[in-house]
Ligand binder design. Structure first.
Ligand SMILES: NC(=O)c1ccc[n+]([C@@H]2O[C@H](COP(=O)([O-])OP(=O)(O)OC[C@H]3O[C@@H](n4cnc5c(N)ncnc54)[C@H](OP(=O)(O)O)[C@@H]3O)[C@@H](O)[C@H]2O)c1
Length: 307
């Protein structure tokens, strides 16, 4: 038996429980990972009904990192004891042990801390998908809305790496941090259009990445951005209405994207701020922190300590 987050009914973080579950050995091609750190994402909160099948209680968590505890028949890419970053398609990462197909693991680079490794999958693949979708070119002005969030903070840096001039919307308390990344921060809310135009100056805004919704897609259109260079992961109705893109985590090859991002993070060419961490027993508090909707970077669950 081992501990895992489960929910038996829909009802936000209060429906979550840490329960003892039966352990099963990994099947052919599968790997059992002793989870060290697991990320919490908005989709864990928003999409309660996202595991396969209707059977409950269901598990939670897509992102995790840990140590290979056992391998199933035919597994060749990892060995017991390897440090790995994983992603769970059926959302069972917030647990002492996560069992996934070997193709859902990459090696964790030495030097990458466990929190960052455990929080990387969803935010990293989504941020890369956003940037790929709007394809910023050298010198172009791009807006990233929700730039302090898990997806936004990575999308901001990845767009800057492409040579873009990034106007980053966030609460004022995050402006110094975003400026330090090389972005041009502006406060969201009433008057955002005017603030963006003022910062853009003579340069047109030619691409827009929206990670928050709430009118950002319409703002992008109003700023003159072509619909094919607007990408939202938060407002699908608006995207349909204006013909914008909705590329997200499923739009990229996760293994290759994660390997590249993990490498950049390890050599400090990219950063993923971790705003708070909670032990597994306090999973409800971790979810409440994410649900609060403001904050820099990621919230993680410390599942076990090693070393
Ligand atoms: N389709 C996909 O594949 C996919 C994958 C991952 C996430 N998502 C979606 O992407 C969105 C962002 O996810 P996340 O993990 O980055 O969330 P997050 O870490 O909770 O970040 C949300 C950010 O939104 C900012 N924000 C709050 N109100 C805002 C406003 N009115 N205008 C602009 N920004 C505002 C907050 O920044 P301040 O602190 O500055 O207020 C916060 O940092 C969510 O809707 C999530 O469901 C989609």
């Amino acid at each position: 038996m081992s501990s895992a987050v489960r929910f038996g009914s829909y009802g936000g973080s209060d429906a979550l429980e840490v329960v003892e579950v039966d352990d099963r050995p990994p099947g052919a091609g599968e790997v059992r990972v002793a989870v060290v750190s697991a990320g919490v994402n908005r989709c864990d909160i928003e999409g309660a009904d996202d595991s396969s099948g209707d059977e409950r209680p269901k598990g939670k968590g897509s992102d995790f990192a840990g140590l290979v505890a056992a391998v199933g028949e035919g597994v060749t890419s990892v060995r017991v004891g390897d440090e790995v970053i994983g992603f769970s398609d059926c959302r069972n990462g917030q647990a002492e042990f996560a069992t996934v197909h070997e193709s859902r693991l990459i090696g964790k680079p030495d030097g990458l801390d466990w929190h960052t490794a455990g929080a990387l999958y969803v935010a990293g693949t989504t941020a890369q998908a956003c940037v790929d979708a709007v394809a910023p070119r050298d010198g172009e002005t791009v807006v990233v809305a929700g730039a302090a969030g898990g997806v936004g903070v990575l999308a901001t840096q990845l767009a800057i790496r492409e040579g873009a001039r990034v106007i980053a919307t966030a609460r004022e308390c995050h402006h110094d941090y975003l400026r330090g990344l090389g972005a041009l921060p502006v406060t969201y809310g009433d008057g955002l259009r005017e603030r963006v135009l003022e910062v853009a100056g003579e340069e047109p805004v030619v691409a827009f990445i929206d990670t928050h919704g709430n009118g950002n897609v319409d703002l992008a259109v109003d700023l003159g951005v072509a619909p094919e260079r607007i990408n939202t992961v938060a407002d699908f109705d608006a995207a349909t209405r204006v013909g914008a893109q909705t590329c997200g985590q499923d739009s990229v090859d996760p293994g290759s994207v994660l390997s590249r991002l993990a490498g950049l993070l390890t050599c400090r060419q990219l950063e993923l701020p971790i705003r708070s961490s909670y032990p597994l027993a306090r999973v409800k508090d971790a979810y409440k922190s994410v649900a609060a909707g403001h904050g820099l970077g990621k919230v993680v669950i410390d599942v076990r300590s090693i070393g």
